[in-house]
Design a protein around this ligand. Structure first.
Ligand code: PHE
Length: 327
């Protein structure tokens, strides 16, 4: 074996490439796909005892590099480009690059942001991985509340509890802790629940969260803001407020919209509970606030007259390309 390698080394060293024919035969003889000497050596590696194999592998690789170096040297001296480039045919029509389109949920997100920026809201983002305090405790969700059950929440760690946020209300806490009122804030993002309001997509959906805190904020401000959002999106629409319960708002309500002669629930809302304000060091004797949270998927279904929430995540380009964002 060693003798053979020495012979090949010498052959490589003393071979003189003068023409491109020389180049081809040199390359063919050593690196040819079937009969190249080095190619065959590589194939024979598997028959060599395992102790020697690694060493021989290195030696053969070096031979191969020597050959390539020599070829490269000849090519660059003679200004020969790579064959692949030589085969390039400029008359072939180019490949067109497909332009993407904006996902309907992103379009909806942008529309809602536009609507709220017009009335002085600030847009913020928050983390999808949350801790217990921001997602539950600070929002006045007691230990025994069903939304803390393992069934509803995706926990990443236990003790201390780290989880995928189950709602965007955790953003209220993050923002209120950091800034002092008055403020108007909007945030939109993914939330994760084991069972969602929709039976179609059962682990994640998008939520928009809005909240407004100032000295004189009342339920009628909340109603008007919700009305403004819905009419901006749908034009004329019938909505109703239905009394409800959330641990972090008091009073609380759910908003339904009349769609195809049925009432469909689209959001939860209410006046921020004084306990929540206390948790973030805002004096509830001075400040009042409202908050709302709405699901984006369902709203988008209604606006585009779609039937099935799964269609958002099928990634069918024919479906996705139909949507345009009007600025
Ligand atoms: N966080 C609530 C939910 O996900 C919605 C909500 C937000 C309700 C803000 C009231 C105020 O169901």
């Amino acid at each position: 074996m060693d003798k053979k390698i020495d012979k090949i080394k010498k052959y490589i060293k003393y071979f003189h490439i003068k023409t491109s024919d020389d180049l081809n035969s040199f390359r063919g003889k050593l690196l040819g796909k079937k009969k190249g000497i080095i190619t065959i050596l590589f194939k024979e590696l598997k028959d060599i005892s395992i102790y020697k194999r690694k060493n021989y592998g290195i030696i053969i690789n070096e031979l191969k590099k020597e050959v390539q170096k020599k070829i490269f040297h000849y090519k660059s001296k003679n200004n020969i480009q790579n064959e692949k480039i030589l085969k390039y045919d400029p008359t072939i029509p180019g490949k067109s690059i497909e332009l993407g389109s904006i996902h309907p949920l992103s379009i909806m997100k942008n529309r809602i942001i536009d609507i709220f920026l017009k009335i002085g809201f600030t847009y913020v983002d928050g983390p999808e991985i949350e801790d217990d305090w921001h997602n539950f405790t600070a929002l006045n969700i007691p230990i025994y509340h069903p939304s803390r059950d393992m069934q509803d929440t995706f926990f990443l760690y236990k003790n201390p509890d780290i989880l995928l946020r189950t709602h965007t209300s955790s953003i209220q806490i993050r923002y209120m802790k950091k800034y002092s009122p008055p403020f108007r804030v909007l945030s939109i993002g993914k939330v994760y629940r084991n069972e969602t309001i929709s039976s179609h997509s059962n682990f994640m959906f998008h939520q928009a969260e809005g909240f407004y805190i100032d000295k004189k904020v009342s339920f009628s401000d909340l109603k008007q803001t919700v009305h403004y959002l819905i009419t901006s999106l749908f034009g004329k629409a019938k909505i109703r407020f239905r009394p409800s319960y959330f641990p972090f708002t008091e009073p609380s309500a759910e908003v339904d919209i009349s769609y195809n002669n049925k009432w469909l629930e689209i959001m939860g809302c209410g006046m921020i509970d004084p306990e929540v304000l206390k948790n973030v060091n805002i004096d509830p004797e001075i400040y009042y606030g409202f908050a709302f949270g709405l699901g984006i998927e369902r709203l988008t279904l209604m606006i585009y007259h779609m039937k099935d929430i799964r269609i958002y995540f099928d990634n069918d380009i024919r479906f996705l390309k139909q949507f345009k964002y009007e600025f």
